[in-house]
Write a protein that binds this ligand. Structure first.
Ligand code: FE2
Length: 264
């Protein structure tokens, strides 16, 4: 048993090293792609880019327009949600830990998660609304690297009785250039709670905002967690990775909390 584990660990370690090498080459390609091929429709100013670089996050008020907000809210209210059987049947419930950074790549949700969240199943109309293209544009310009949407999670967070935090402080196990874009579709304030918190050695901040406001943050670098909400909260949570290909349809088939390619 011990020997098998040792071999397994060594194998994963060597794969991680190989992937680091290929990553550097791909990063260079995505940098070139960004400069010559990525359309830049929105002009991001240097203050925004500097803030993102120094704090690993920026917030953008009114990121979505009224029409886009209403579209996503309508979808969420129609209740085409994932069920426990969707998650359990289609999913490889592995938990794979990066041995070098001790990060979780796949998180096995407990069934009780459905008491706290409703995850929207069909996200095609969200993609068609232009929201994802806008997010990609921002993320690419912030990183100066071509970025592409990897996963979309659209969910309704339910109020829970217990006075506990709905997640522990953590970093996501994605590529270090990955970015998460969290868009509130409900007003989140000191009364409703349900805010995202981020922290680093030198700061701690909470993200309160109105519907349509968003935060873009480096999810693999910045520690973050969500706080229990006192009022039903609607949210759109998009993860972006370096990439140049157009949006892949199959991202909609992935279930909740898919962490992307381990060996990106
Ligand atoms: Fe996270």
């Amino acid at each position: 048993m011990g020997f098998k584990k040792l071999i397994g660990d060594q194998l994963i370690r060597s794969l991680m090293i190989t992937s680091k090498l290929t990553r550097s080459i791909r990063s260079l390609y995505y940098k070139i792609h960004y400069h010559f091929k990525t359309p830049k429709k929105i002009q991001i100013n240097s203050i925004m880019r500097r803030t993102f670089k120094s704090k690993s996050f920026i917030t953008i008020p009114n990121f979505l327009d009224k029409e886009q907000i209403n579209l996503v809210k309508k979808e969420l209210k129609e209740e085409k949600y994932f069920s426990i059987s969707d998650i359990r049947e289609n999913r490889n419930n592995n938990r794979l830990i990066d041995l070098i950074n001790n990060k979780v790549y796949w998180y096995e949700y407990p069934n009780s998660i459905f008491k706290q969240y409703n995850y929207l199943k069909d996200k095609k109309s969200i993609s068609n609304s232009g929201i994802l293209k806008k997010v990609e544009d921002y993320a690419s310009q912030l990183n100066k690297l071509s970025m592409r949407v990897e996963t979309i999670e659209c969910y309704l967070t339910k109020p829970v009785e217990e006075k506990i935090f709905n997640s522990q402080w953590h970093k996501d196990g994605d590529h270090k250039s990955s970015i998460r874009c969290l868009i509130y579709l409900s007003n989140v304030n000191d009364t409703t709670k349900g805010q995202l918190q981020v922290r680093r050695k030198d700061f701690f901040e909470e993200f309160f905002g109105d519907e349509g406001d968003c935060i873009l943050f480096q999810n693999s670098i910045l520690e973050h967690r969500g706080i229990n909400t006192c009022k039903e909260r609607l949210c759109l949570n998009i993860k972006l990775c370096p990439g140049s290909k157009p949006l892949r349809n199959y991202i909609y088939d992935y279930e909740i909390n898919y962490q992307g390619s381990l060996f990106w």
